[in-house]
Write a protein that binds this ligand. Structure first.
Ligand code: PMT
Length: 396
């Protein structure tokens, strides 16, 4: 969604200014045209050359630079921005924005723009917790600005607390969410599942699978980025909790079943990308199972609830099928037996597709029998194509 979009990146004077180079780089890698604006204080921490190098675009440092194509007279940056991201944002810049000051290129551009604005604060934790700053944050939120972070942790002052610039992925997630607020899924409520459930054997061991959660998280984020309200029911993963998504962590298939049953009461669409265990240990041991010198250990397994099969309602139901053979045939069978609207058949025979990868190769089959094979795409791109199909179906 950032491809060919113009993002004005405002960098202000915080020690976290160096982290903005990573944000600028990731934005540029996503295909955005990144125009960096730096305050004088920001340039004390990091040079404009860094941002020019990672974005391939000029860096604006001076409101009165007569050589600049972005001169103050025509507030051109404010007009050309598809979004403005200030990262890191100091207490000072936030106070200026609240007051409507326009004495530097960042505050001027924000005052003059109609584009969505995202602010990622970074400062000492006492400054962040100050009632003045908190009041400013409330007022900026009330103006429709998105505030992402700050995070908690070690600060430049040597103290621990709230004030760290939020992680790049979260900042970019907040930007995409804000830019997509009026997207084509506006007002639609999605429940998405992700990850591999963990069924306990004893207090320290589980039966699980190789799902990383990436596919389900990509669907949840892509839906959010198109304006949907998203609940993500997730089995344990190593992924960060996505910004702007109601995330419900679960461990077992039974817990996922309960969470999904509750979440779908208010949903328009359920997409089950999770790899749910088909079996659980019938009686998990309450204490750690001791290893014996010889012999075998036998575990008695019983079926888990079939979440998709049992969850009924007037919402659209989309399943996944991870298959190592008979891809379309087996997936079509699951579509029928679980009475789904769509099924995404996931080819797991290739190294670049399926469990744990960043890319995926899928075939989408609908209830009318149409079969659409997609090429190798990133999981986010696959998610977008699934959402296109869901959107088309819900208009029928
Ligand atoms: O998480 P990643 O590393 O990104 O990997 C993504 C993925 C490969 C896990 C994902 O793309 C995928 O294919 N998920 C489905 C995995 C699977 O094997 O599903 P299944 O064929 O066992 O089940 C079919 C459908 O029923 C699935 O939508 C599943 O969520 C659902 N199911 C399964 C078992 C069960 N007890 N209840 C269910 O609802």
């Amino acid at each position: 969604m950032l491809k060919d979009k113009t993002v004005v990146l405002g960098v202000t004077g915080s020690i976290a200014a160096y982290k903005a180079a990573d944000i600028a780089s990731k934005l540029a890698q996503s295909g955005a045209k990144v125009l960096t604006v730096m305050t004088g204080s920001a340039r004390e921490f990091v040079t404009p050359l860094t941002f020019r190098s990672v974005t391939g675009q000029p860096v604006i440092t001076d409101m009165f630079d007569s050589q600049s194509q972005f001169s103050v007279q025509h507030v051109s940056l404010a007009d050309m921005a598809d979004a403005i991201l200030i990262a890191p944002a100091t207490a000072q810049i936030m106070a200026k924005l609240v007051a409507g000051l326009a004495d530097d290129m960042i505050s001027l551009t924000v005052l003059a723009t109609k584009a969505p604005v995202v602010i990622a604060p970074a400062m000492d934790h006492n400054m962040w917790e100050s009632p003045v700053t908190q009041n400013n944050v409330t007022r900026l939120r009330a103006r429709g600005f998105t505030i992402v972070g700050p995070g908690k942790g070690h600060l430049a002052s040597g103290k621990e607390g709230w004030g760290r610039l939020e992680d790049t992925e979260k900042v970019l997630g907040a930007l995409r969410m804000t830019m997509g607020r009026k997207g084509d899924l506006l007002g639609r409520r999605f429940v998405v599942t992700a990850g591999g459930t963990q069924e306990p054997i004893d207090p320290v061991r589980v039966i699980t699978n190789r799902s990383s959660g990436k596919m389900g998280y990509a669907i949840a984020e892509a839906a959010r980025d198109r304006g949907a309200e998203v609940t993500l029911v997730t089995a344990p993963t190593a992924l960060a909790q996505p910004v702007g998504i109601n995330t419900i962590p679960v461990n077992t298939a039974r817990e996922m079943n309960q969470a999904v049953a509750k979440a779908v009461l208010n949903a328009d669409v359920l997409i089950m990308a999770a790899a749910v265990a088909d079996y659980q240990v019938a009686s998990p041991s309450l204490s750690k199972i001791k290893k014996e010198a010889t012999g075998r250990l036998t575990l008695e397994l019983e079926r888990t609830p079939d979440i998709l099969g049992e969850t009924k309602g007037s919402f659209l139901r989309v399943g996944f099928a991870a298959e190592s053979e008979g891809l379309v045939r087996n997936a079509a069978q699951k579509l029928k037996s679980k009475a789904l609207d769509l099924i995404v058949a996931n080819d797991i025979t290739q190294a670049d597709s399926g469990f744990g990868t960043d890319t995926n190769r899928v075939v989408i089959i609908d209830r009318a029998g149409s079969v659409e094979a997609l090429p190798l795409l990133t999981k986010y791109e696959v998610a977008e194509r699934i959402l296109d199909r869901v959107n088309a179906l819900s208009k029928v």
